[in-house]
Design a protein around this ligand. Structure first.
Ligand SMILES: NC(=O)C1=CN([C@@H]2O[C@H](COP(=O)(O)OP(=O)(O)OC[C@H]3O[C@@H](n4cnc5c(N)ncnc54)[C@H](OP(=O)(O)O)[C@@H]3O)[C@@H](O)[C@H]2O)[C@H](O)CC1
Ligand SMILES: [K+]
Length: 520
């Protein structure tokens, strides 16, 4: 369901503890990493065991262990008969530890090597593959000029060659995924043992190419005992939804209550309700002020309306009307189109003191909570709060730039402040609970950046809570499902332009595709 997303420091700890606690020496990990990279490269190029050894490969080896990985890979390619040139950035005698060990092996095996500074870049060309082993997780600060030139050289050569980045494209921060200030643009990135957290950030996407995560022999016991603070959501989360049995009826498929709608904001609750049904809810009902019920219904036959009291604005009395009905529902979504007019804040206060349903708080429910922060503690652990960065900024008294600069920390802080599971929307959405790992979505889908997309997400989450999932897993699966819907729409609408309702409409296809991706 989740894959670990270590920071460079967490990864270095795994490395170090493999040697200290298991006797797995760094030379072995480097050998494993290089063999994994070889296999990933051959898989990507369609090179089979019996294929002719006819590749021309340039390997760039930086000063650290990333360079050591490239050096070990050069030996394997050379031994198989490919034509290789290993370009190292430091004089041979300057290499240390496992990188020095593998350089010595490569030299003994007869790998042709050159010192990068001895070569005129104009002499380089005609390669099928360029391997970027300049810098890995050890990059600190902005690229120094000599390294920046080598990154540029790799990208120049990459116009006519396949670029394989080892562990992470050089120049990219393993923490933030940002280029410092430029980075190698790879066709394939083979990352060792686990994707580093920077790789999962939206900024990294243009540099990574295809991502292939390969194990290099860090013991599972060690990975479990020293689990990273972040994990990546995977398609395995869809195991949480079972194929419906023959005896299913709408009453057992979950009934989602949407609480929202106000004058001028009548579409949002309907989007959430349709999304809940497209995600498989058996029933969806919208509760709204009686005088806007017709506008909310907007002649959609599939969604039921529960008109409350009278008037167009929310009042605490509406909670009294709603309370006797609550036993019919399995989960609630509070907020789509709720507005902030008049007494709406007091309605929300009454809801928080009365209702015990698992609940998603979205949109104006969050804005109202931001102006009455003493209510945040009442939300509780069976709930999910789904702010976008603007709402998160209001909830935490920060500005949006601060939220975006520290997304993971903010997401966790809101979870701590509320006791609920917090979802911070945006590219690579995040899910956090007060304890436990923070989950990062693998999706960065511009097709989801459209008004109403958040209402659709809240409907999916309502359906998953109604289906009995705990808030954390519901949030992770819902975010993943929404992301896959966005990636389907990107195929049909590569320049965007899809409507939010279309996100809801592709949800059944999205879950089918995700289930097809699960690796067993
Ligand atoms: N468990 C594993 O994942 C394994 C990982 N391996 C590989 O090792 C690298 C990490 O290796 P490390 O030696 O820590 O770091 P790098 O190879 O990335 O290189 C660090 C050196 O690079 C120089 N440096 C740092 N910042 C800059 C900069 N801004 N500009 C230029 N140069 C920079 C610096 O060298 P100096 O001597 O010049 O200061 C650093 O020392 C990981 O990514 C994997 O590929 C193991 O092979 C297997 C186990
Ligand atoms: K690299």
């Amino acid at each position: 369901m989740f894959a670990p997303l270590p920071t460079p420091h967490e990864m270095a700890d795994w490395d170090r503890l493999s040697a200290r606690d298991f006797g797995i020496m760094p030379e072995m990990l480097m050998e494993n990493a290089s063999r994994a990279a070889l296999q990933a490269l051959f898989d990507a190029l369609g090179v089979k065991a019996h294929s002719p050894a006819n590749k021309r490969v340039l390997l760039l080896a930086g000063p650290g262990n990333n360079g050591g990985d490239a050096t070990a890979l050069s030996r394997h390619l050379h031994d198989l008969g490919h034509e290789v040139l290993l370009l190292h950035t430091r004089p041979r005698q300057d290499y240390k530890n496992e990188a020095a060990y593998h350089l010595e092996l490569a030299l003994k095996a007869g790998v042709p090597t050159r010192l990068a500074t001895d070569l005129d870049a104009r002499d380089l060309g005609g390669y099928d593959v360029v391997v970027d082993g300049l810098l890995g997780t050890g990059l600190s600060g902005e690229l120094r000029p000599d390294m920046l030139n080598l990154v540029r050289l790799t990208n120049d050569l990459g116009r006519k060659a396949f670029v394989l980045a080892l562990d992470i494209p050089s120049g990219l921060s393993g923490f933030t995924g940002r280029p410092l200030p430029e980075a190698v643009r790879a066709n394939l990135t083979v990352t060792f043992e686990a994707a580093k957290i920077g790789i999962a950030q939206p900024e990294a996407a243009p540099y990574i190419g295809r991502l292939d995560v390969r194990p290099i022999g860090i013991p599972r016991a060690l990975r479990k005992a020293h689990a990273p603070a972040h994990v990546l959501m995977t398609a395995g989360l869809t195991d949480l939804i079972e194929k419906p049995g023959p005896g299913l009826h709408k009453g057992t498929a979950g009934h989602v209550l949407i609480i929202g709608g106000s004058a001028g904001l009548t579409g949002a609750p309907m989007l959430a309700a349709v999304a809940a049904m497209r995600a498989g809810a058996g029933l969806a009902t919208i509760a709204c002020p009686a005088d806007i019920a017709d506008a909310v219904k907007a002649s959609r036959p599939e969604v039921m309306i529960l008109p409350l009291d009278s008037g167009t604005e929310w009042t605490p009395n509406m909670m009294a009307a709603l309370e006797p009905e609550l036993a019919r529902f399995d989960a609630a979504v509070v907020g789509p189109g709720l507005g902030r007019a008049g007494d709406t804040a007091n309605f929300l206060r009454a809801w928080l003191s009365t209702a015990t349903l698992p609940t998603v708080y979205d949109a104006d429910a969050l804005n109202l909570l931001a102006s009455q922060k003493e209510l945040l503690k009442k939300i509780g652990e069976s709930a999910i709060v789904t702010p976008h960065p603007g709402e998160m900024a209001r909830l935490l008294d920060l500005d949006i730039a601060e939220v975006q600069a520290r997304r993971s920390e903010c997401c966790r802080r809101l979870a701590e402040n509320t006791g609920a599971v917090s979802v911070l929307k945006g590219a690579a959405s995040l899910v956090a609970s007060a304890n436990g790992p923070r989950a990062v979505s693998p999706y960065c889908e511009p097709n989801l950046a459209v008004a109403g997309s958040g209402d659709v997400l809240s409907g999916i989450l309502g359906r998953l809570l109604a289906g009995g999932l705990d808030a954390y897993h519901a949030a992770c699966l819902g975010v993943l499902w929404h992301g896959q819907a966005g990636s389907i729409l990107a195929r049909d609408f590569p320049y965007r332009g899809n409507m939010p309702l279309e996100i809801a409409h592709v949800l059944p296809q999205a879950i089918k595709e995700l289930k097809g991706h699960v690796q067993r």
